[in-house]
Design a protein around this ligand. Structure first.
Ligand SMILES: Cc1cc2nc3c(=O)[nH]c(=O)nc-3n(C[C@H](O)[C@H](O)[C@H](O)COP(=O)(O)OP(=O)(O)OC[C@H]3O[C@@H](n4cnc5c(N)ncnc54)[C@H](O)[C@@H]3O)c2cc1C
Length: 477
């Protein structure tokens, strides 16, 4: 059998692409591990379903990137429930619920970090989001003259509308609204920016900050059974093979030959959902050269550590909390944790009264390259304890309610998702370069999709990239 497309990897990018392409093409998706979804997947441990990384699913209205593609793929998602507030931020005594409604949110913010200009500032944030998302055509392909022309044609109108916001450093922009910016409020903003843009306020443009602050004003969801359920639905009508790690992609005449340890498949085109920094298993010189160049241009070392916690909870909780501490966690680059708690009546994530809770924070993958296993385990123990202490204190939960816990590090992510650095390329001003990776490699017929190619990370960023890829492939949506 010769496929039209082989998609390597079932992350957000691979699964959305495979789902859309399979409507008119013969598509095969090969996934290296035992579950779909990569960093946005769900796995089962001790009978309880845990989200591997991502927990918030958002923007499902058809005028938003994810919603548009899900509608085009003809997918009907069940088991999703809208959440509001999206996050509850706990900063010492301060509690700020990030409600969808501006007035309700401002009330919360003014209790935590009072300021007379909050309304003016967040109205600007909303205006920038509206302009960004209402501009539908975002093409990015710098591999050919036609691609460059299309990129300029599609992005120039947006660039003109948001020129100042794209060029201005966030910290400078903020000072127009908050000349006397309070340290605690800046720390709050830094942590909001970090979870979306993988960078602090001082390193990003105001456009990035506005998008990072804006998503809670849109529709956000909890997925019952875990966010991985979305992939089972997305891939319902796609031919897939799990536990099929691809170790080589080569060419025989005009066809690609995609090999795992067990099998060999042929196709006309190949889409890799591995990152541009982890795709050099491909033995095609032009592609290898492309990946090498991107590795050199973007030195990415940001990763995540996640505690998967089985705990007996009583009472009512929101789905997501961010707990801010004064200092960074050990071997981490962040002073906050992001906590996700399933719904009480979620039968897969809450088993016999034990909740599958995930708690994540940002790290540098280099911190975990230890000389000995003993050193690695020791670092893990220290961090796990700090994260659990912060969680228990912040949410006033007794430690004796914990049934079990595991800490995942960048090394764990590599084992399950074939990547150590997660969350994509930080959208810093330094990284917003003309050579930002696009889906097009130098090898004709070979493409990449996911959070390390345009437009970036998270469900919305990767969905924009998938729409761009469909345009490059000439596939009608
Ligand atoms: C801790 C954490 C929390 C996050 N929270 C959120 C959130 O709440 N909301 C949100 O929108 N985003 C969140 N993100 C970001 C989001 O998870 C990612 O940006 C997104 O899932 C990346 O999708 P991707 O398409 O790049 O695929 P990836 O997630 O990288 O998946 C790639 C897939 O390809 C497979 N693969 C790789 N190489 C091979 C190979 N050689 N052969 C076969 N298969 C292969 C992998 O096994 C994997 O399944 C979070 C990320 C992390 C790490």
């Amino acid at each position: 059998m010769i496929y039209d497309y082989i998609v390597v990897g079932s992350g957000v990018g691979g699964s959305l692409s495979a789902s859309l392409l399979s409507k008119k093409n013969r598509v095969l998706l090969l996934e290296g591990t035992h579950y779909f979804g990569g960093c946005s997947g769900t796995f089962v441990k001790d009978k309880i379903s845990f989200n591997a990384g991502a927990t918030t699913f958002n923007g499902l209205k058809p005028d938003m990137p994810v919603g548009e593609l899900i509608e085009k793929a003809g997918i009907n998602l069940e088991n999703i429930e809208e959440i509001n507030p999206t996050i509850t931020v706990i900063d010492g005594e301060k509690i700020i619920r990030r409600y969808k409604e501006l007035d309700k949110f401002l009330q919360q913010l003014n209790c935590g970090y009072p300021h007379k200009n909050h309304r003016k500032f967040y109205e600007k944030v909303l205006e920038v989001n509206k302009i960004f998302y209402s501009h539908k055509q975002k093409s990015f392909d710098l591999s050919s003259i036609t691609g460059v022309a299309k990129t300029i044609r599609s992005l120039t109108p947006l660039g003109l509308k948001l020129k100042k916001e794209f060029l201005a450093n966030s910290l400078d922009y903020l000072k127009e609204y908050y000349p006397d910016i309070d340290e605690d409020y800046l720390n709050y903003l830094d942590n909001q920016a970090r979870i979306v843009a993988q960078a602090k306020v001082k390193d990003i443009s105001f456009l990035t900050l506005a998008l990072a602050l804006g998503y809670t004003f849109y529709d956000n969801y909890n997925v019952k059974g875990g966010i991985g359920e979305v992939f089972n639905t997305l891939l319902e009508n796609v031919e897939t093979v799990k536990n099929e790690k691809v170790i080589d992609v080569s060419k025989e005449k005009d066809l690609f030959v995609v090999k795992s340890k067990k099998n060999s498949y042929k196709s006309k085109k190949v889409i890799l959902n591995s990152t541009v920094f982890n795709s050099d298993y491909v033995s095609l010189d032009k592609a290898k050269d492309y990946y090498q160049k991107k590795k050199e241009a973007f030195k990415i070392s940001q990763g995540a550590c996640v505690v998967y916690l089985g705990i007996r909870l009583e009472g009512d909780y929101n789905h997501h909390y961010q707990i801010l501490e004064k200092q960074n966690f050990s071997n981490c680059i962040s002073n906050s944790i992001f906590v996700s708690i399933p719904s009480k009546n979620d039968k897969k994530m809450v088993v016999d009264g034990v909740y599958g809770v995930t708690i994540s924070t940002h790290t540098d993958i280099n911190f975990w390259n230890c000389e000995t296993q003993e050193e690695y385990e020791k670092k893990k123990d220290v961090l796990e304890k700090e994260i659990i202490d912060s969680f228990c204190k912040g949410l006033e939960v007794k430690k004796d309610k914990i049934e079990f816990s595991y800490l995942g590090t960048p090394r764990t992510f590599e084992r399950f998702t074939s990547r150590q650095s997660v969350g994509g390329i930080g959208i810093t001003m330094k990284n917003t370069k003309i050579d930002y990776p696009s889906s097009v490699t130098y090898e004709k017929g070979l493409y990449n999709i996911g959070d390390t190619v345009f437009a970036g990370q998270g469900w919305p960023g990767v969905a924009i990239g998938v729409k761009n890829l469909m345009g490059i492939l000439g596939e009608e949506l």
